[in-house]
Design a protein around this ligand. Structure first.
Ligand SMILES: C[S@@+](CC[C@H](N)C(=O)[O-])C[C@H]1O[C@@H](n2cnc3c(N)ncnc32)[C@H](O)[C@@H]1O
Length: 291
């Protein structure tokens, strides 16, 4: 695993920082966080299982966003264990902090931190968790090196990422949106971080092994993405939350937006049964330990 060219890394970093700290992104996650947490509950369960947690552990959660899975981990390692939840920007984390207070969690702290340069001492965590964050680290070798540095020898890292692009989570919304753009988007830079990059079987395993993790394991899993209100509301959420796709949506004329929405609702309706949307979500789970 080689790092991409430094000038590109800087460009990716700036784009991602902009996307994830944008006030529209933060407002959308605030609005939809409860439904998103329910929709991706299977991914939280997967990472809780993969992390091999026990009470008393010190855990670092990277890219914690609005608190998944950091808040659940804090409950698992309580009362004597502690979680440090980190994210690039303060916006998403401020909601995570509010939710932690509401749940009465006292064993979790929040720190703004880029996963590529962690403000923590060497060998101080038993476990690192990261749910739907690893694909946004522009210099992945650097981020994984930081993970190894702050893990105790024998400590474990557990990552959950999206699986392949050709899955209903993509094809029912973003895939349709792309077809309606006025001009096809330029082919993606193969070095650029992207939502579905770890859908390439073996890529997450190779990244962890090359970084120096031991006991590396990669698993594909399908979890149920449940959304219990309506397909219209699911589409509305997609248009507001999906930071990488929002700029594309803004390129559509009102007519094209209407067409894309109608097509998406038809595609989503195929997954509507028993009064809920149930989309099979393909995820990848990667784990490894510090030698
Ligand atoms: C899709 S959200 C996932 C949040 C949460 N873990 C979850 O599963 O819902 C991606 C998060 O990654 C964070 N992020 C992106 N790049 C990062 C970086 N280099 N270091 C730390 N966090 C980063 C973003 O700010 C955002 O909160």
């Amino acid at each position: 695993m080689s790092a991409p060219d430094p000038s590109k890394i800087q460009e990716f970093r700036e784009r991602l920082r902009q996307e994830w700290t944008d006030e529209k992104t933060v407002a959308a996650w605030r609005k939809w966080h409860a439904q998103i947490a329910a929709f991706t509950r299977g991914a939280t369960e997967a990472i809780l299982e993969a992390a091999h947690l026990s009470p008393g552990m010190r855990v670092l959660d990277l890219a914690c966003g609005v608190g998944d899975p950091a808040l659940s981990i804090a409950q698992e390692v309580a009362p004597s264990g502690r979680v440090t939840a980190t994210d690039l920007g303060p916006g998403m984390m401020s909601l995570a902090e509010e939710l932690a207070r509401k749940k009465g969690l006292t064993n979790i702290e929040f720190r703004q931190a880029n996963a590529e340069s962690l403000p923590f001492a060497d060998a101080c965590y038993d476990v690192i968790s990261c749910r739907f964050g690893i694909m946004f680290f522009p210099d992945l070798p650097k981020a994984l090196h930081e993970c190894l540095r702050v893990l105790k020898p024998g400590g474990r890292a557990a990552f959950v990422a999206w699986g392949k692009l050709a899955q209903p989570f993509f094809t029912t919304t973003a895939g349709i949106l792309l077809k309606h753009l006025p001009a096809p988007p330029p082919p993606p830079d193969p070095d650029a971080p992207s939502l579905f990059m770890f859908g390439e079987r073996g890529r997450l395993r190779r990244s962890l092994e090359t970084a120096g993790f031991s006991n590396v394991h990669e698993e594909d899993r399908i979890i149920a993405g449940r959304w219990s209100t309506s397909v219209e509301e699911y589409w509305e959420q997609f248009t507001e939350v999906a930071a990488p796709f929002r700029p594309l949506l803004e390129q559509l004329t009102p007519e094209k937006k209407t067409e894309a929405k109608a097509e998406s609702l038809a595609a989503l309706n195929k997954f509507w049964s028993s009064k809920e949307l149930n989309i099979p979500l393909e995820i990848v789970i990667g784990t490894g330990t510090r030698p």
